[in-house]
Design a protein around this ligand. Structure first.
Ligand code: HSE
Length: 378
C-alpha cells in the first residue's frame, strides 16, 4: 500500500522511520513546510491527485490547515489515520461524513494515550460488552509535573520548565496544564465508547495551573498525592457525567504509582470488568507505533472508530462530589452554603465542601480570583 504523511515533525518522522524497511507499506509522499527529500512536497494536491496513494497519515496537529487537508483526502477516497485529537474532536461529524461518502476509513487510535493501545481496545470491547465507565490519567506533561512535585519535591514552575525542556508539553503548554489536552482525549473516548460526543464547552474542566505549596501540603497531610484525572460515565436518562479535574488520591492507589510522563487509561465493561492500560502516552515511536497499527487495521478492512449512531450531547454531570477549593481569603463567603470545613491558611480560604455537583461548584466560584479545585471523592 502506498501512503503519504502530512507533517514530518516528531511523530511523522517516527512513522517514517518505523516504515522505512517495511515491504507492505511504502511512504510515497511527505508534505511539510520544509522540503529536503525527493519525495517531499508543500502542496496537498500532489498527494490528493496521486491515485496510487490509498492512505494519508496526519501528524501536523492543529485545526487549520489539517481540517481542509483531511476533507480533501477523504473526499478523494483516501483513508485517513490521524493523531490529532483537537481536529478529530472538533470536526468529528464533518470528517466521518466525508469518509462515509467516499468509502474511506477514518482511524485515530494515536490521538488518545499516545502509544497505549487504549482507544483501539475500547472500541473493540464494545462488540462484547457495554462500557459503563472510563477515565484515568491521559496527559503525560501534567503527570510529570505532579509526580516531580510529590515524589521529587520540585516546585510547580520548575517542574513545568523541565517538562517543556524534555519535549513533553504541547507547543502551548496551556492546553496541558489547563486540562484541555486531557479533555479532548476524554471527548474522543466517550464518542467511541458511548456513541456520544460531549460538546467541549459543556464539560467541567479544571487543570493544575497555579498549584502551590498550600495545596501540596494539604494533599500530603492526608497521605495522598494529586493527579489530573478524566472521567466519563453514563448518568440517568441517557445523560453523561464527564469531567477533567485534579483529584486527591491515596498513596498506594494505582494512580499514585504512575510516575513521570506515563499515562494510565482505563475502562470498565458491565460484565467483563475493568481494564487499565499504562505506558508512554506521548513521544515519537510510541505514538508512531499506534499510527502504524491503524494503517494495518485499514489494510484489514477496518473503516471507523466512531459508531454509526454518534450524536453530539451536552455534559449534564448530575453526580455529586466533595471538593477542596482554595480561593483568596476575601472570597471566603462564596462557598459558605456548601462548606463542610473551612480554614484560613497562608492568606487563602481552604474549603472542603459537602457533596455538590459541578454545576453548583461552578456557580459558586465563577469569577473568583486565584482558585484551585481538587476532587476529594469520585
Ligand atoms: N502533551 C501531551 C501529553 C502529548 O503531555 O500527554 C500527547 O497528547
Amino acid at each position: 500500500m502506498n501512503i503519504a504523511i502530512l507533517g514530518l515533525g516528531t511523530i511523522g518522522s517516527g512513522v517514517y522511520e518505523l516504515l522505512k524497511d517495511n515491504r507492505e507499506i511504502t511512504v510515497k509522499k511527505i508534505l511539510d513546510i520544509r522540503v529536503w527529500m525527493d519525495n517531499m512536497t508543500t502542496e496537498i494536491d500532489d498527494i490528493v491527485n496521486d491515485e496510487s496513494i490509498e492512505l494519508v497519515v496526519e501528524t501536523m496537529g492543529g485545526i487549520h490547515p489539517a481540517r481542509e487537508y483531511a476533507l480533501k483526502c477523504l473526499e478523494a477516497g483516501k483513508s485517513y489515520v490521524s493523531a490529532n485529537k483537537l481536529l478529530i474532536s472538533a470536526c468529528a461529524f464533518e470528517l466521518q461524513q466525508a469518509a462515509d461518502k467516499s468509502g474511506a476509513a477514518l482511524l485515530f487510535s494515536a490521538s488518545c494515550g499516545g502509544g497505549i493501545p487504549y482507544l483501539y481496545n475500547l472500541q473493540k470491547t464494545k462488540a462484547a460488552d457495554r462500557v459503563v465507565s472510563l477515565g484515568g490519567i491521559l496527559n503525560g506533561t501534567t503527570n510529570f509535573i505532579l509526580d516531580s512535585v510529590f515524589s521529587d519535591g520540585m516546585d510547580y514552575e520548575s517542574a513545568l520548565k523541565t517538562a517543556q525542556e524534555l519535549g513533553y508539553a504541547e507547543r502551548d503548554p496551556s492546553s496541558d496544564i489547563d486540562g484541555l489536552d486531557t479533555l479532548r482525549k476524554l471527548l474522543l473516548s466517550c464518542a467511541v465508547a458511548y456513541g456520544k460526543l460531549p460538546k467541549e464547552e459543556t464539560v467541567p474542566c479544571y487543570g493544575i495551573r497555579g498549584l502551590n505549596d498550600t495545596d501540596v501540603c494539604y494533599a500530603k497531610s492526608k497521605n495522598c498525592v494529586i493527579r489530573l484525572t478524566a472521567s466519563g460515565k453514563p448518568g440517568a436518562n441517557g445523560t453523561l457525567n464527564v469531567y477533567v479535574a485534579p483529584q486527591l488520591l491515596p498513596c498506594g492507589s494505582p494512580e499514585s504509582s504512575i510516575r513521570k510522563n506515563i499515562n494510565y487509561a482505563w475502562y470498565e465493561g458491565e460484565k467483563i470488568g475493568r481494564f487499565a492500560f499504562s505506558g508512554q502516552g506521548a513521544g515519537k515511536f510510541p505514538t508512531a507505533g499506534n499510527i502504524v497499527r491503524d494503517i494495518y487495521s485499514v489494510c484489514r478492512g477496518e473503516k471507523r472508530m466512531f459508531p454509526k449512531d454518534l450524536v453530539s450531547v451536552e455534559a449534564v454531570n448530575s453526580d455529586k462530589h466533595r471538593f477542596y477549593v482554595r480561593m483568596p481569603e476575601n472570597e471566603i463567603n462564596r462557598l459558605s452554603a456548601f462548606s463542610a470545613h473551612t480554614e484560613i491558611k497562608n492568606g487563602c480560604a481552604l474549603t472542603e465542601t459537602v457533596p455538590i455537583s459541578f454545576g453548583e461548584l461552578r456557580s459558586a466560584i465563577d469569577g473568583a480570583g486565584d482558585t484551585f479545585v481538587l476532587i476529594l471523592e469520585d
